[in-house]
Design a protein around this ligand. Structure first.
Ligand code: UDP
Length: 290
């Protein structure tokens, strides 16, 4: 049967700027609560949600590097630590609305969070837990957008080719199994033998998308703050983003998405219901792909 929603597993990227809302104190609890509620509503539908949090609301390495003798690597490590603060805040909020949530960090901080272990992350997702990936990629000179693309590709959200081959092999196997009825006298016959649970475990490789929650409605053909006639684009190719130098994501992140055929949806998280709409695969913001 066709899954009810477009995605079965998504990677939601929440930037630090989006978490800040209108609060001067770096994090706006109204925003984190809204995120938690909307994510809760979709996890109840069975959609698996992983989150990558940014840290720009607290510290952005690139804007500090150079000042007061701070080298880029040190500045970036501070930036990565900032993402851990956001992650723990978001985790606590998620759990207060009843969603079991795990934080995994790209470098070890085992007293506060689990270290990133790919298979473990997938297992949490399969059990219906939300996983928040913190500390970006764990490397200076990268961004949390790249971390989002990387974790998405890595946790088999993104490998279309693999997923397709895998799906075909499993369907072939199930078809052969269904046609070979080991219980010829049973009333259930072949239909009963192809159990619901088996079909479900096949489908869980279906979903792969990065949903980038921002403070803007999507991608415009020009800067809307400077050009009042700038148009909001529905769809866009990776190549457009790269050649027109649209500041959707940094080049490393967008290239990683392109190479792994991961669609990216850019949408506004301040509009109520948008997060759950995006996760359910409904039309919202701008979709980049192709
Ligand atoms: N950062 C890093 N490596 C990573 C991810 C993040 O060094 O893989 C640092 C970098 O200094 C960055 C900061 O963490 O400025 C916060 O992340 P980012 O700017 O991506 O957050 P966002 O813009 O999403 O709030």
């Amino acid at each position: 049967s066709k899954p009810a929603y477009k995605w079965r597993r998504v990677l939601l990227k929440v930037s630090g700027e989006a978490l800040a809302g209108d609060n001067v104190q770096n994090i706006d609890p109204k925003v984190t609560t809204a995120i938690a509620r909307e994510v809760a509503s979709v996890t109840r539908l069975g959609i698996e949600v992983a989150i990558v949090v940014g840290g720009g609301n607290i510290f952005r390495g690139s804007s500090w590097a150079g000042s007061s003798g701070l080298d880029r690597s040190s500045a970036d490590y501070i930036g990565m630590l900032a993402t851990v603060m956001n992650a723990i805040f978001l985790q606590a909020t998620m759990e207060s609305v009843g969603i079991p949530t795990r934080v995994q960090t790209a470098f070890r901080m085992s007293e506060v969070a689990e270290p990133y272990i790919r298979r473990r992350a997938v297992r949490h997702l399969e059990k219906g837990r939300v996983v928040i990936f913190a500390a970006g990629t764990g490397n200076p000179f990268f961004t949390t957008d790249t971390a989002a693309a990387l974790r998405c590709a890595e946790t088999s959200f993104g490998s279309f080719l693999f997923a397709k081959i895998y799906l075909w092999l499993v369907f072939l196997f199930l078809w052969l199994k269904a046609n070979h009825n080991p219980y010829p006298d049973s009333d259930l016959g072949t239909v009963g033998y192809l159990m619901e649970g088996e079909a479900d475990s096949v489908l869980q490789f279906n979903a792969e998308v990065v949903l980038k929650a921002t403070n803007v409605d999507g991608v415009y053909d020009d800067d809307p703050r400077q050009n009042p006639n700038a148009r909001l684009l529905d769809t866009l190719s990776y190549q457009d983003v790269i050649s027109k130098e649209l500041s959707v994501m940094d080049l490393t992140a967008i290239t990683l998405c392109q190479e792994n055929n991961i669609p990216v949806v850019v949408f506004n998280l301040n509009q109520e219901g948008n997060i759950s709409r995006a996760i359910k695969g409904e039309r919202v913001g701008t979709i980049i792909g192709g």
